[in-house]
Design a protein around this ligand. Structure first.
Ligand SMILES: Cc1cc2nc3c(=O)[nH]c(=O)nc-3n(C[C@H](O)[C@H](O)[C@H](O)COP(=O)(O)OP(=O)(O)OC[C@H]3O[C@@H](n4cnc5c(N)ncnc54)[C@H](O)[C@@H]3O)c2cc1C
Length: 342
């Protein structure tokens, strides 16, 4: 365990924003994670759990409490019929985990290649891309429940689009390890996204070699600035800044223009947030100044250099208010705001 005082937090986030932490503890094993959480809770000290910092907006004022950085590593596999149950420590890097699954011919997470962050963060917003999300493969999450003061195994995480119990009750659970049920196969799960299927030369619903799916996803993501690259300021973001709004068919029909939309299982439609933002006057590269819209992806707000969280909040509010004014649709931020919500 590493325990330090007065530490800058911006370098620990992909946006490179945020002030200093009163205390930063990096915990390398489950026992230390639990001990630090118990100690902070016992002392009434604010606690912030941090993974790869790729989906958080930290205040310029910093965090007046303990930031607990999860660095619990380790992998364990068991056979379960024709599936492999692979358990990964919360501190494993997500992208390395996917690379390992593909190399070991385990299907189920290949379309999630290139997403930054750690395994422990993956269930929090049910990460998803290119037709896959982790709700399809996660079978259990081991976590420290700060309310019950006990380590628990959660098998129902209440997953939905970019949502889970971990977002319903923020801060209650500290994820220690995640178990995925993967299929032993040279081929991917059925490709569920038209743009990816086109790139692979297959139909939606067909399978393709695992390695080819991974490479195709990485190439598509790079073109949108969605793979971290220290030399490219367009990747200094928190990924997509707003989720795609879910509307009823009546709400959709009432819009002044019809956006691209996809039907959801519950009868609602998911509408393209990027399209709404563009049609509200905010194109790629919009906003002068240190924070603005990525030149490669309308949904990503980027810190071009020298920005502050206050700058980010101004830009995000302008985009949200613009879309509300033009379409009457309320955009919801995807990253977690620590401190003041947007
Ligand atoms: C360039 C880029 C591309 C992205 N693309 C995608 C994408 O395609 N799809 C997608 O879904 N997301 C995407 N994201 C968002 C992000 O990468 C994921 O949400 C990721 O899973 C966040 O993990 P993290 O470890 O970085 O979490 P953090 O940013 O460190 O934390 C996010 C939230 O989860 C909590 N948390 C983190 N770890 C734990 C833990 N062990 N226990 C309890 N709570 C925890 C934190 O307290 C915080 O509330 C992208 C981000 C970037 C920067």
């Amino acid at each position: 365990m590493l325990d330090r005082a007065d530490v800058p937090l911006a370098p620990l986030t992909t946006l490179r924003l945020g002030g200093r932490a009163k205390r930063l503890v990096t915990a390398y094993d489950e026992q230390s994670v639990v001990a630090v959480a118990r100690e902070a809770d016992g002392a009434g000290e604010p606690l912030l759990v941090l993974g790869g910092g790729s989906n958080v907006v930290l205040p310029d004022e910093g965090f007046d409490g303990t930031v607990l950085r999860i660095a619990v590593h380790g992998l364990a596999a068991t056979q379960d019929g024709d599936r492999v149950l692979l358990t990964a420590g919360a501190g494993e890097e997500w992208e390395s985990f996917v690379a390992l699954c593909v190399a070991d011919r385990l299907a189920g997470v290949e379309a999630l290649s290139g997403i930054p962050g750690l395994v422990g963060g993956s269930p929090v917003q049910n990460i998803g891309a290119y037709g896959q999300d982790v709700a399809q493969t996660i079978t259990a999450v081991r976590a420290y429940d700060r309310r019950e003061k006990a380590v628990v195994a959660l098998t129902d995480c209440g997953f939905s689009y970019r949502h889970s119990v971990f977002k319903d009750e923020p801060g209650r659970w500290v994820v220690l390890a995640v178990t995925f049920a993967l299929t032993s196969s040279e081929l991917s799960e059925p490709v569920g996204y038209a743009e990816l299927a086109r790139r692979l030369g297959v139909e939606v619903g067909e399978r393709a070699p695992l390695g080819e799916v991974r490479e195709a996803v990485l190439a598509l993501r790079r073109g949108k600035g969605m793979v971290l690259d220290a030399s490219d300021p367009d990747t200094r973001s928190a990924g997509s800044f707003f989720t795609n709004p879910l509307l009823t068919t009546e709400q959709l029909a009432a819009l002044p223009e019809q956006p691209p939309s996809w039907p959801e299982a519950d009868g609602r439609v998911k509408v393209s947030a990027a399209w709404l933002i563009e049609r509200s006057g905010f194109g790629k590269g919009a906003f002068d100044g240190p924070v603005g819209i990525s030149s490669k992806h309308t949904l990503a707000l980027v810190n071009r250099g020298g920005g502050t969280t206050a700058d980010l909040r101004r830009v995000a509010s302008a985009v949200r208010d613009g879309v509300r004014g033009r379409f009457g649709v309320e955009l919801v931020p995807e990253p977690v705001f620590v401190g003041e919500p947007l």
